[in-house]
Design a protein around this ligand. Structure first.
Ligand SMILES: [Zn+2]
Ligand SMILES: [Zn+2]
Length: 392
């Protein structure tokens, strides 16, 4: 049912159709100001920009100048009509249809690979690809590489010539992995969720330490690759670091799995020490022992289990401790008793010994268990899973 009106208002064919008004089509439009006639060229611009991205699905969002929305409300109330749809849904629908037809990609309204926002006020187009989430493991075969980047001392994180405008300095697992994943996905940057951490002078051996990566603003998604191809094209090896077992996750992680760690601590005896070490005591006290760990900066105490500690006197002055424990225990503090943040600890059982600063402890293996629903990952983590930051 179309409404025939004699009005002095000029409407374009799109606005006439939307309002359900039968009248002569005008080349100028008092309602949209010709905006709808120019949708084709906006679509062309969007298609051009999308051509840089790999995606299967997309979503278009449009912002309309308030004046157009006001004009439409006024016209509808003056003519006492409801119209068939809003100008916003008409434009969104037109753009979606044109882009789908031209690119062969599908619209997806819940979880699109790419979200396009068109502002018809200033004609700007912004493109936001959904992050790609990955799980992987790293091994470290050289001492002296920290897990995370540290702030550049010169600019305090702002970015300067000294740090190549990264705001970060030095080589870390984080910087190596960031460079690798951003180049593979043509992405802007990465966020990390680590399952524990180690000393910068620790090696990470066995199958490596698990971690998760959010690859931000990727131009490539490598979505055509099968899991096997994906894994092999995304493994990395340098003389210091190996990244392996790379898997694509279906979505952002919300639960971090619990994990067990096996590590070896290296202690050496102070020459003047007269103390007896209590190796049997260490074994006895730390078999399936529950210990309290006070989390730094949080003033919260959590319980962790040490499955076993096996001391081995390699010679008169060197002692090695093979520790099997749950993840999330600061190993050095377990040994030294520093700050009393781990209770009980070994400080009274190894009097006269000190951790070797050049070679404090090595991670021999990390095994994940089922996810722990109580350990959530925050939505926009600057330092995700903060509580594990110093822990093994
Ligand atoms: Zn119009
Ligand atoms: Zn700097």
């Amino acid at each position: 049912m179309r409404l025939a009106v004699q009005t002095e208002i000029n409407l374009c064919k799109y606005c006439l159709a939307r309002e359900g008004i039968r009248a002569r089509i005008s080349t100028s439009c008092d309602l949209c100001g010709g905006l709808l006639g120019r949708i084709g060229s906006s679509a062309g611009e969007i298609i051009e920009k999308l051509s840089e991205y790999e995606y299967e699905t997309f979503l278009i969002g449009v912002s309309i100048p308030q004046s157009v929305l006001d004009q439409e409300d006024e016209l509808r109330s003056r003519l006492k009509i409801k119209g068939k749809e809003s100008v916003k849904s008409q434009i969104t629908g037109m753009l979606t249809a044109k882009i789908a037809k031209s690119t062969g990609k599908r619209p997806d309204y819940s979880r699109p690979d790419i979200t396009v926002l068109l502002s018809l006020s200033d004609g700007s187009v912004s493109i936001s690809p959904r992050s790609v989430w990955i799980s992987a493991r790293y091994e470290k075969s050289t001492r002296g590489i920290s897990q995370r980047d540290s702030k550049c001392q010169t600019c305090n994180g702002l970015g300067c010539a000294e740090c190549d405008y990264r705001g970060r300095s030095g080589e870390s697992v984080e910087s190596i992995a960031t460079a690798f994943f951003t180049s593979k996905f043509l992405a802007e940057s990465c966020n990390f969720v680590w399952l524990g951490s180690e000393d910068e002078n620790s090696l990470v051996q066995g199958s490596g330490r698990p971690f998760y990566v959010e690859v931000l603003r990727p131009k490539k998604r490598l979505s055509g690759k099968t899991p096997n191809k994906f894994r092999s094209s995304l493994s990395f090896k340098s003389k210091d670091i190996r990244i392996s077992k790379v898997e694509r996750l279906e979505k952002r992680i919300t639960e971090v799995p619990q994990f067990d760690v096996r590590c070896r601590v290296y202690l050496s005896r102070n020459e003047v020490s007269q103390y007896e070490t209590q190796l049997e005591e260490i074994k006895r006290n730390f078999t399936e022992a529950i210990i309290n760990v006070r989390l730094s900066r949080k003033n919260r105490v959590v319980h962790r289990v040490i499955h076993s500690i096996s001391p081995k006197q390699s010679d008169r002055n060197d002692l090695e401790l093979l520790i099997d424990c749950e993840g999330g225990i600061p190993i050095k503090k377990l040994i030294t008793g520093q700050d009393n943040s781990v209770e009980p600890n070994l400080s009274n059982l190894i009097l006269g010994y000190a951790i070797d600063p050049e070679k404090p402890f090595d991670i021999l293996d990390v095994k994940t268990r089922r996810p722990n629903p109580n350990r959530r990952v925050r939505e926009h983590p600057e330092n995700p899973v903060e509580e594990l930051s110093e822990d093994a």
